[in-house]
Write a protein that binds this ligand. Sequence first.
Ligand SMILES: [Fe+2]
Ligand SMILES: [Fe+2]
Length: 356
Amino acid sequence: MSDLKVTDVSKENWMNSVFPEWGTWLNEEISEAVVPEGNVRMWWLGCTGIWIKSEASTNILCDLWTGTGKRSHGAGKMKKGHQMMRMSGVEELQPNLRVQPFVIDPFEIKDVDALVVTHIHSDHLDVNTAACVHNNCPEAKFIGPQQVVDTWIEWGIPAEKTIVVHPEDEVAVKDITIKALEAFDRTCLVTCPDPEVVLKGKVPMDMDEMAVNYLFQTTGGNIYHAGDSHYSNRFAKHGNEYDIDVALGAFGENPRGITDKLTSVDILRMAESLNTKVVIPVHHDIWANFMADPNEIVILWEFKKARLNYQFNPFIWQVGGSFTYPQDKGVIHYHHYRGFRDAFSVDNDTPFPSFL
Ligand SMILES: [Fe+2]
Ligand SMILES: [Fe+2]
């Protein structure tokens, strides 16, 4: 029961006492986690945001987004020049509301060795995350493609903290090597916020300056992060050239007229092409109008795995949950820890023993 009186209540103290919804629960869990030898642990922070921690406690933060989508109907119209307007010729406001709680407190983030961002979209490249990493982790590097780095510098991140990567570049961060690879995010190529710029009939912009995929090479295994890549034949090339243990792809139910997220079939094709051991759908959790049920992937995987001799399994995660590789290899469904393992470690207190 609250100790407050109704006269004490204000919008401000409601916001301060409720947000972020998980407080520092996950910050504490990550900071205290000891990754078993020969493993790597990740936590899902929502959208394509993940925290990677190696056995030597190297911490990589990738694509953490701390913002929201629509919060008002406004005038009901999309911002002119928006990538979705360009993609499908719409004018009506896109109902993209954020549907996940904030599972991490960005202001309490510490010990990050590198903030790594896949591409320029605002649900991946975030000013709050940049500020918190900059202030709380003075040694952290800011790694991303050219336009991501340009944006960080515009926001006030010192240039000497930043590292621009192009496909094939490698950056060593303690015991993790970050390899940049081509992204296949065609939504990026129609992203040009200036409404006066017309893309029709023009040579597309250079994807490599706007978006990259990453391979995080760790002592526990290699994690492929596909950012917001669409399906591409070239996944097979990446699969030929690199040992991939865990692959994350941006899954979602595309509204009509839109091709933006990987479908369940695309996720399976991506996994097969990358020769990954585990595939993890992400991003389907975050936008109200792109939500999808990842069990669809499991059903199709069950349906096809014997016929196509799949050598991987899907892992269906929950935001705020962790995944340790290879320890959790073979797990299909994540469930948060349910507690109560100490049941009856002390006497219970009910009116009589058979009460419950
Ligand atoms: Fe994107
Ligand atoms: Fe996205």
